[in-house]
Ligand binder design. Structure first.
Ligand SMILES: [Zn+2]
Ligand SMILES: [Zn+2]
Length: 360
């Protein structure tokens, strides 16, 4: 059977912006979405955050990209249609989709609400769906997903500033919970003050933790303490400051995706403290074993979160008025935004106003 074109493989016309090759440059793209299945929710996309992984994927830096590639996995909007067996959502609801649109529903991870660790999880874009077609992300006008992978956005959360919670938010919320770093009064370090780090500070403060931001740039001190409400600030190359804070932290959420030494971070941990990596450096990090042995310390990782936990995270954010710091942009600004993101020139997340600015 000849492969159908992107425009014809499904019945419903869709429009978005796609990267066509490793240049990563995005341009308008006509494609199609599947018919809303009996367990599917279709929604009009209103906003979509720009995650660092969108940039990596658009340029095929992880070697798994399929072109044309429509990025975007911090997608929010309003439900336009639900399938006959959908139970949790109705037309008009505010909803969102994060990094996942499918999983096997039967493995150990799925049975424990950890779809994010399912070996057969299906990414929101540039992955093969159950029907064999390629998934497309949220830089587009409409979205269709199984209701299991749809999150309800509570009314008091502004949709634009809530969008980044669906990836950045759950990426830092999940390790705080699953590593038990969520007990009031605990002291947690947050390494890096970008898209992930700034939300980590907000969640940790809302959990009643003492929060220290650890950064390479002294210029972020005012931001960390004044704006985000962190309790203290450490410059990672300030040896005196790091020494003074040695052995004081119950845990550290490390959001840095550049290669960096973790030995100084391990030194900040208390006995049995936990260093959790959520950034993804391209090269392996050096793991100093002695400091781990001598303090009974743990180095772990965490990637995204399951659907139950993602809903819990959004509800927690709504109760505590937590949103991401954003810069809203128009669709045709996306290539410039990608260049600025590469330089770290954004506080803290770009969000595309899809609803008002995506024009055919
Ligand atoms: Zn992401
Ligand atoms: Zn599974």
């Amino acid at each position: 059977m000849a492969a159908k074109s992107h425009e014809e493989e499904h019945p419903n016309k869709a429009f978005g912006w796609a990267a066509r090759d490793q240049s990563g440059v995005l341009s308008p793209f006509q494609f199609s979405r599947r018919v809303t299945g009996e367990k599917d929710v279709a929604f009009k996309v209103l906003f979509c955050g720009i995650c660092h992984s969108d940039l990596h994927m658009a340029k095929n830096e992880w070697g798994i990209s399929t072109y044309p590639l429509v990025p975007g996995h911090e997608i929010v909007g309003q439900v336009t249609e639900v399938g006959s067996k959908v139970e949790k959502f109705k037309v008009g609801d505010k909803v969102g989709t994060g990094g996942l649109v499918g999983s096997c529903h039967s493995c150990d991870s799925c049975s424990n609400n950890l779809e994010n660790y399912c070996p057969e999880m299906i990414l929101t874009y540039s992955a093969k769906y159950h029907d064999g077609t390629i998934t497309y992300g949220g830089y587009s006008d409409i979205m269709v997903a199984d209701e299991h992978f749809i999150v309800r956005i509570p009314d008091n959360l502004p949709l634009d500033a809530a969008a980044p919670l669906l990836c950045a938010g759950i990426t830092v919320y999940s390790p705080l919970r699953s590593y038990g770093l969520d007990k009031r009064g605990m002291h947690v370090g947050v390494v890096g003050l970008g898209g992930l780090g700034h939300v980590a500070v907000k969640f940790a403060k809302a959990m009643g933790l003492k929060v220290t931001v650890i950064s390479t740039s002294p210029s972020k001190k005012q931001e960390a303490l004044g704006h985000l409400g962190a309790d203290s600030f450490l410059v990672s190359h300030d040896q005196d400051g790091m020494q003074a804070a040695a052995g004081t932290m119950d845990g550290i959420i490390d959001t840095v995706s550049a290669t960096h030494p973790i030995s100084p971070l391990i030194g900040l941990l208390k006995t049995r403290g936990k260093l959790v990596l959520v950034g993804a450096p391209a090269k392996p990090l050096e793991l100093p074993v002695f400091p781990l042995l001598l303090g009974g310390k743990i180095v772990g990782g965490s990637g995204g979160g399951g659907m139950k936990e993602t809903q819990e995270m959004i509800d927690f954010a709504a109760r505590n008025n937590i949103t991401a710091g954003i810069e809203v942009i128009s669709m045709d600004y996306v290539n410039t935004a990608m260049e600025r993101l590469l330089k770290g020139d954004v506080r803290y997340r770009f969000v595309i106003d899809i609803g008002n600015t995506l024009k055919i």
